[in-house]
Ligand binder design. Structure first.
Ligand code: FAD
Length: 520
C-alpha cells in the first residue's frame, strides 16, 4: 500500500488525511510538531474556559465545504444555552439534529455582530453611513469625510499600494480614521508599503457603494442567504462548533485514526530527503530530541514554505529560491484570555442579549493609544466556550507582532498586566473585575504580502519540480487562506492523486478566483 506523509495536523493536513482514507487506497501518516491538532484553528483550554485563536467563523461559499463540516458535526436541532436563557426562538434548527445542551458533537448557528471601537464609541463594521456613524464622528469629521470621499470619486489614484486602494474606495479622511492605523497594527508596515492585492482579496466589494447597497437591501427587508452572491464582509450568520474550531479538528483527527490513519503529535519534520527529483522520506524530531525517518510515496506539506525549503536535503536549491523563501515575511500573534466578572461596555443595540451584555462576537479596536487590535467575546461565539457563562465574560485580546520583537519577548505576566491596563484605559473593564487570565503566542499566524512574497512564483516553480511534493494550506502556500480554502487545496491534491494527475496548478489555484473573499 502506498503511503503519504502529511506535514501538519491543521485543517489542510487533516482534510488531506481524511480525504485520502475516504477516496484512495493511499495510507496517511500525519506529522504534527505541536501536541495538539487544529493548527491555528485549534481551541485552547484554560481553567475550564476555551479560547479560539483569532475567532474562526465557519463559513464558505463552497457548498462541498459547508456539507463536509456539517457531516462531521451535525447542525443543532435544539436551542443553545444563551437562546434558552433569553427565550429566543429565531434560528432555523435542523429537524432531528443534536441538542447542544446534552450532546457535544454539534455545530451551532450563530449571528455575527462585530463593530469598530473608536473614539471610545461603537461604529458599525463594515463602516456604514448611518446616523450613528455621523453622530459618533461629530459634524467636523463628517464634513471632512464627505469631502474626502467626493474628492476620491473625482481623482482616482493608481492602485499601486493598499493605501491607494482604500483611499479610492473611501476617501482619505475615512481611510485615516478606520484603516490606516489598524492596518499598520496588523501588518507592522504602513499601508503605503503594502500591495493592493491584499485589499482586493480581503475586502473585495467593500466600498461605500457596497455599504449603501447593503443598507437598501436591509431597509427593504431582503435577506441574503448563505451561498447567495453576497459581499462576504457583510455575511451575518455562520456556523460554529459547540467548543470552538478545534473541536471539529479533534473530531476529524479521531475519525482519521478510527479509519486506520496515523497521527503523530510532537513530531516535527526537520529534513525532507529528495532523491532523483522525488521525496523519499521525512526525518522528524520527537519531543525528547530523537530523530526518526518516515519513508513516503507522496509528501503533502502544510508547513510554512520558508521552513520547507530550509528542510530540503539531497537537492540543489538555486540561490534566489533559497533567498526568497528565507525572506518570506510573516506576522505573529499574541492572544490574552481574560475572564472578568463583567464588562463596562453595555448593550445599546436592538439585539437582545443576556444581562445587557454587548452582542459582539468581536470588536475591532481602532483606538490609537493602545496596542490591542481586536477583542474577542467568546461568550458570544458559543456559550459553551465559557465555564460560567451566566456570571463571567471570557474575552480574548489580540495583539499583532513579530517573533522576537518587544511584544514577543515580554513575559506572560508582564504581557497580561499591560493588556489588563489597556482594558482599563479604554473603558472596557476594571482590573478589580479580572478573575483569571492567560497568554497564548502563535508563530506565523499571517503569511504576509510584501517583501520577497512578490517573487514567490520562483519558489513555487522550483517546488513543483519535485514530483511527489504537494504544498497545501495557508502557510503551506504562503497565501491568506481561510479554513475552507486550506481544505480545498487538500481536496484538490487528493483528487489529483486519485486520478494520477501530477500537475499541481489546480492545487495552487484555490483561492485565486475573483469572486470570493471575506474581510476582516
Ligand atoms: C487571527 C485569525 C483569524 C482567522 N479567522 C478565520 C475565520 O474566521 N474563518 C476561517 O475559515 N479561517 C480563519 N483563519 C484562518 C485559519 O486559521 C487557517 O486558514 C487555517 O488554520 C489554516 O490551516 P492549515 O492547515 O493550512 O495551517 P495551520 O492551521 O497553520 O496548521 C499547520 C500545522 O502544521 C504544523 N507544522 C508546522 N511546521 C511543522 C513541521 N515542521 N513539522 C510538523 N508539523 C508542522 C503546525 O504546528 C500546525 O499545527 C484565521 C486565522 C487567523 C490567524
Amino acid at each position: 500500500m502506498k503511503k503519504a506523509v502529511i506535514i501538519g495536523a491543521g485543517p489542510a493536513g487533516l482534510t488531506a488525511a481524511s480525504e485520502l482514507l475516504d477516496k484512495t487506497d493511499i495510507m496517511p501518516v500525519v506529522l504534527e510538531a505541536s501536541d495538539t491538532v487544529g493548527g491555528i484553528s485549534r481551541t485552547v483550554q484554560y481553567n475550564g474556559n476555551r479560547m479560539d485563536i483569532g475567532g474562526h467563523r465557519f463559513f464558505s461559499k463552497n457548498q462541498e465545504i459547508m456539507d463536509w463540516w456539517t457531516r462531521m458535526m451535525p447542525l443543532q436541532g435544539s436551542r443553545s444555552k444563551d437562546d434558552i436563557l433569553l427565550g429566543l426562538d429565531d434560528k432555523p434548527l435542523a429537524p432531528g439534529g443534536p441538542d447542544p445542551e446534552i450532546e457535544d458533537r454539534v455545530i451551532l448557528l450563530r449571528h455575527r455582530v462585530s463593530r469598530i471601537f473608536f473614539l471610545r464609541k461603537f461604529f458599525d463594521y463594515p463602516i456604514s453611513l448611518s446616523k450613528n456613524t455621523f453622530v459618533n464622528m461629530g459634524l467636523g469629521r463628517t464634513v471632512k469625510a464627505g469631502a474626502g470621499y467626493l474628492a476620491a470619486l473625482i481623482h482616482k489614484r493608481p492602485e499601486t499600494s493598499l493605501e491607494n486602494f482604500y483611499i479610492n474606495r473611501f476617501g482619505k479622511p475615512l481611510y485615516s480614521m478606520f484603516f490606516e492605523d489598524y492596518t499598520e497594527k496588523v501588518w507592522g508596515v504602513h499601508p503605503s508599503q503594502l500591495g493592493a492585492d491584499w485589499g482586493s482579496q480581503r475586502v473585495k466589494g467593500i466600498s461605500i457603494a457596497a455599504v449603501i447597497k447593503d443598507m437598501f437591501n436591509k431597509a427593504l427587508g431582503r435577506k441574503a442567504a448563505q451561498g447567495d452572491k453576497v459581499e462576504t464582509s457583510l455575511i451575518e450568520q455562520f456556523i460554529y462548533p459547540k467548543y470552538g474550531p478545534g473541536q471539529l479538528w479533534e473530531t476529524v483527527a479521531g475519525d482519521v485514526e478510527a479509519k486506520g490513519g496515523t497521527i503523530r503529535k510532537e513530531a516535527e519534520a526537520v529534513a525532507i530527503n529528495v532523491t532523483g527529483g522525488r521525496v523519499t522520506s521525512v526525518d522528524w524530531r520527537a519531543a525528547d530530541g530523537t530523530l526518526t525517518r518516515e519513508e513516503c510515496d507522496e509528501l503533502l506539506s502544510s508547513m510554512p514554505v520558508k521552513d520547507l525549503v530550509a528542510a530540503l536535503r539531497g537537492i540543489d536549491i538555486p540561490e534566489d529560491v533559497a533567498r526568497i523563501a528565507r525572506d518570506l515575511p510573516y506576522r505573529d500573534f499574541i492572544t490574552v484570555g481574560v475572564c472578568v466578572r463583567k464588562l463596562k461596555i453595555k448593550n445599546q443595540t436592538p439585539v437582545k442579549t443576556f444581562d445587557g451584555r454587548v452582542p459582539d462576537t468581536w470588536i475591532y479596536v481602532q483606538e490609537r493609544d493602545v496596542k490591542v487590535g481586536r477583542l474577542q467575546i467568546f461568550n458570544n461565539w458559543s456559550p459553551y466556550m465559557v465555564k460560567d457563562y451566566e456570571h463571567t465574560m471570557w474575552i480574548g485580546m489580540e495583539y499583532f507582532c513579530c517573533e522576537g520583537d518587544e511584544l514577543w519577548q515580554m513575559s506572560d505576566a508582564d504581557f497580561i498586566q499591560m493588556a489588563v491596563g489597556e482594558l482599563e484605559s479604554i473603558g472596557i473593564a476594571d482590573p478589580e473585575d479580572v478573575l483569571d487570565s492567560c497568554c497564548v503566542k502563535v508563530k506565523k499566524a499571517y503569511p504576509a504580502y510584501f517583501g520577497s512574497y512578490y517573487e514567490l512564483d520562483k519558489v513555487r516553480t522550483f517546488l513543483d519540480g519535485i514530483d511527489n511534493l504537494w504544498c497545501l494550506g495557508r502557510n503551506g502556500q504562503h497565501r491568506y487562506n481561510n479554513m475552507d480554502h486550506s481544505m480545498l487545496s487538500a481536496m484538490e491534491c487528493v483528487r489529483n492523486l486519485k486520478s494520477g494527475i501530477r500537475d499541481k496548478d489546480n492545487v495552487w489555484n484555490v483561492n485565486t478566483e475573483k469572486e470570493y473573499h471575506e474581510a476582516k
